[in-house]
Design a protein around this ligand. Structure first.
Ligand code: PBG
Length: 341
């Protein structure tokens, strides 16, 4: 039915109160909605986490992360080239380390000929403008599946930091643009910054997992890397999900120690933390839309219970609204393709 002034007159005679504001007026058409839209998800916001394994011409499906694979380096190059061609600015690299290379001190983590340095070199050679973020932590290399050296069931802090420093230097030497400590040891950002500077790597940045919670949402990632803790849990180093103020303490320390970008992880259950951190700092804030968040969407979509694309766009846009400047997500390529249309 056409809306004529006649209709309006009838509305005016109904017993609705006077309404100087009708918010629906700004939602009337797609053009209008675009005009007044407050937050925008763009491909430029995305970092694509990828898994690399040794070998050639193979990719292995990760059952709990449908659509994600562990790639041998040759195939990984194709995958990250596709991401780069879609306009994704960066990738985060995670290695699957064979069990015989794992030990308590994570020695393989700073082998200059190891999987990660090899991959970084190859990627930077092929795609010099794709940003490479390397994960700094011992868990993929640790026989105990922990992010630090274990002694009598405890995770040693300062001894672990010494290894993390070696790992960060090894990644910088290979050509990483950023190192990303995800281990939650105390003081590691400062120790890494000092070592990078002393070695002349003043332009290698630190994207630090500042507020990283001891979360059940990391399950599928640990399947991907075969890195689940062999005993206990990660609660003596990762944060208690019940804490919010403590996130700001961690952020303050990381900033004082020289972090360039601070991250909150996981993302969805911690949107309040993202917002608090964003209000608290002038640094760019990253959010990690983790493996469990990805798996839940995939599982429900496979059942036909939700519209995957719509849910992904809604979720990631909501992370921007919460205050995330940068989003790590396994959906990065899907989102970039959708945004391109
Ligand atoms: C390990 C690390 C984890 C993730 C990134 N780096 C797992 C963990 O702390 O156990 C999780 C990423 C994800 O779940 O997608 N240092």
């Amino acid at each position: 039915i056409a809306h004529t002034p006649q209709d309006s007159a009838e509305v005016a005679t109904s017993n609705l109160p006077a309404m100087p504001h009708r918010p629906r007026r700004l939602r009337r058409t797609e053009g209008l909605r675009r005009l007044v839209r407050e937050h925008h998800l763009t491909t430029a916001d995305l970092i694509y986490p990828v898994f690399v394994m040794a070998g050639e011409e193979q990719k292995e499906a990760i059952p709990s992360m449908p659509g994600c694979y562990r790639y041998t380096l040759d195939l990984l190059l194709e995958e990250v080239t596709a991401a780069y061609d879609l306009g994704i600015p960066g990738i985060a690299l995670f290695p699957l380390i064979s069990p015989d290379l794992k030990d308590n001190a994570g020695t393989e983590s700073y082998n200059p000929k190891g999987l990660v340095p090899q991959a970084v070199r190859a990627i930077k050679q092929a795609l010099p403008n794709l940003l490479v973020f390397t994960d700094v932590a011992l868990d993929p290399y640790s026989s105990a599946g922990h992010d630090g050296i274990v002694e009598n069931g405890e995770i040693l802090n300062d001894q672990t930091v010494a290894v993390l420093v070696q790992q960060a230097l090894c990644h910088a030497e290979a050509g990483a643009d950023f190192v990303s400590p995800s281990d939650m040891m105390d003081g590691r950002v400062g120790a890494i910054r000092r070592a990078l500077d002393a070695a002349g790597w003043i332009n290698v940045g630190i994207l630090t997992y500042s507020a990283k919670y001891a979360s059940a949402y990391y399950g599928p990632f640990r399947d991907a890397l075969d890195s689940a803790p062999q005993f206990g849990d990660k609660k003596t180093y990762q944060m208690d999900p019940a804490n919010a103020q403590e996130a700001l303490k961690e952020v303050d320390l990381d900033i004082a120690e020289g972090a360039d970008i601070v991250m909150v992880k996981p993302a969805l259950a911690y949107m309040d933390i993202i917002q608090r951190v964003k209000r608290h700092t002038t640094l760019p804030v990253a959010a990690y839309n983790v493996s469990g968040e990805y798996a839940m969407v995939k599982a429900a979509a496979q059942q036909g219970w939700i519209d995957e694309r719509a849910v992904v766009m809604e979720t990631l846009t909501s992370l921007k609204r919460a205050g995330a400047d940068v989003i790590l997500t396994y959906f990065a390529k899907d989102v970039a393709s959708l945004l391109r249309r």
